[in-house]
Ligand binder design. Structure first.
Ligand code: PMP
Length: 378
C-alpha cells in the first residue's frame, strides 16, 4: 500500500522537473565551473542560470545570491559575519541559528515567544536599539507559525540594525520578497522546495557586511570557497523555476484546506487532543498536535507501522529525548511537549491520506492513553 508521507517539513520529495534537470546535467559535458575551458564554461553557465532563477523567486538581484550547502551553512555564515557582536534572536529558532549564534555572538539575547511561537514587537524594538543583528525566522519548522518580519524590520531600521531571517520553511509556500520584507540577509534550502538535499541559498543585500565562513578558492565571487556543487545548484535552480512558474504558493494554499479538515477531524474524533499551530498566520502544510498521556515517539512508531510517516518536533532533534525547545519556549509544559507530533502535508497529500490517518489515529491514541500512568482528563 502507498505510504502516507506527512513529513514534508523535514524534506520534500524531489520534483520530477528537478530530477530531469539533474539527469540532463549529469549527461552534459561539464567540468569545474572555475576552469577556463568549454566544459568549465558550460558548468558556469548552468550555475548562473540557476542564480537568476533563485534571485527571481525571492525578488533579489542575482549578485545577492550565494550558493551554500544548505540552510545550516547559510545561517552559520550570517552568524560568522556578526562574530563577537551583539546578536538578538528568538527562542524558537532552528538549532542552525541558535547554536551558531551561541558559538559566535559577543553578547547574545534570546527573546521569549508567545503561545504560538511569536516574538513581541515591543521586545524587538527594545533590543534593536543596541543590537548589531536581529535574526528571527520567517516561519517556524515545528509549529508552522509565520512571524511578522516586516514589522520587526521596521523597528530595526530605526536604529540601522541589520536583520536576518531564516526562510527555510517559508520559501515556495508563502510569498517571500526580500525587497518587500526589507531584510538584509535571508537563508533557505533546496530540499524544502522540491530540490535536492545539500544545496541552499544565502541572500546578502548589496552593500551590507559580509565575512566568509569558508576560505580557499574564489568561488561565489570569493564569498564561499569550495568547488561548486553543480548538480545541487542545477536542481535548486530547477526547483526555484518551478515554484515561480507554477505559482507554488497558490498550490500550497490548496493544501491549507486539507490541513484544516485534518485538524477539525482530529479535534473531534481523537480524545484529549489539542492543536499547537495557530489558526491564522500559519504555513499551509504544518499541523502540530498534542495528545494527553500519549507520547509523541510512540505515536510516531505506531503510525509508521500503519504506513504513515509523521515527526515529533523537528527531525533534527529526532533521537533526542529532551522535549522540543520550540514547544517549551511556546510555554507548553513538558508533558504536552512530549505528547506532540507534527503532521506536515505536501502538494501530493490527498483526501484519502487524511482518511487513512483518521482510520488509525484515534485507536492508537486510546491504546497509548490506556497504557499510560498519567490519568487523562485530570
Ligand atoms: N532552518 C529551518 C527552519 C529548517 O527547518 C531547517 C531544516 N530542518 C534548516 C534551517 C536547515 O536546513 P538544511 O537542512 O538545508 O541544512
Amino acid at each position: 500500500m502507498r505510504r502516507v508521507y506527512l513529513d514534508n517539513a523535514a524534506t520534500e520529495k524531489m520534483l520530477p522537473c528537478v530530477k530531469q534537470a539533474m539527469l540532463d546535467a549529469m549527461d552534459a559535458e561539464l567540468g569545474n565551473a572555475a576552469a577556463l575551458h568549454y566544459e568549465g564554461w558550460n558548468a558556469k553557465k548552468l550555475i548562473e542560470e540557476a542564480r537568476v532563477r533563485v534571485a527571481r523567486l525571492i525578488n533579489a538581484e542575482s549578485e545577492e545570491i550565494i550558493f551554500t550547502s544548505g540552510g545550516t551553512e547559510a545561517n552559520n555564515t550570517v552568524m560568522e559575519i556578526f562574530r563577537g557582536k551583539r546578536i538578538v534572536t528568538s527562542s524558537v529558532e532552528h538549532p542552525s541559528v541558535l547554536e551558531a549564534a551561541r558559538a559566535r555572538a559577543g553578547e547574545l539575547v534570546v527573546l521569549p515567544v508567545d503561545r504560538w511561537g511569536r516574538v513581541d514587537t515591543v521586545d524587538i524594538e527594545k533590543e534593536a536599539k543596541i543590537a548589531d543583528l536581529v535574526s528571527v525566522m520567517l516561519a517556524n519548522n515545528e509549529l508552522g507559525t509565520i512571524e511578522p518580519i516586516k514589522e520587526y524590520v521596521k523597528c530595526c531600521k530605526k536604529y540601522n540594525t541589520y536583520v536576518h531571517t531564516d526562510a527555510t520553511q517559508a520559501v515556495g509556500k508563502i510569498k517571500v520578497d526580500v525587497k518587500e520584507l526589507g531584510v538584509d540577509y535571508l537563508s533557505f534550502s533546496a530540499h524544502k522546495i522540491g530540490g535536492p538535499i545539500g544545496a541552499g541559498v544565502l541572500y546578502v543585500k548589496n552593500g551590507v557586511p559580509y565575512r566568509n565562513l569558508m576560505y580557499g578558492g574564489k568561488q561565489e565571487e570569493g564569498r564561499r570557497a569550495g568547488t561548486s556543487n553543480i548538480l545541487g545548484i542545477v536542481g535548486l535552480g530547477a526547483a526555484a523555476r518551478w515554484c515561480w512558474e507554477e505559482w507554488s504558493c497558490r498550490k500550497w494554499a490548496e493544501v491549507t484546506k486539507l490541513k484544516n479538515e485534518l485538524k477539525r477531524r482530529i479535534l473531534a474524533e481523537v480524545p484529549y487532543s489539542s492543536c499547537n499551530s495557530p489558526d491564522e498566520g500559519c504555513l499551509p502544510g504544518i499541523l502540530n498536535m498534542s495528545f494527553q498521556a500519549a507520547e509523541g515517539e510512540s505515536i510516531q512508531l505506531y503510525l509508521d507501522a500503519e504506513g504513515i510517516c509523521v515527526s515529533t518536533g523537528s527531525a533534527c532533534a529526532a533521537g533526542d529525548i529532551k522535549p522540543s525547545h520550540v514547544m517549551m519556549a511556546a510555554r507548553h509544559d513538558a508533558e504536552v511537549a512530549h505528547s506532540s507530533i507534527r503532521l506536515s502535508l505536501g502538494l501530493d497529500t490527498t483526501k484519502e491520506d487524511i482518511e487513512r490517518v483518521m482510520a488509525v489515529l484515534p485507536g492508537i491514541i486510546r491504546k497509548l492513553q490506556g497504557m499510560s500512568t498519567i490519568k487523562v482528563g485530570a
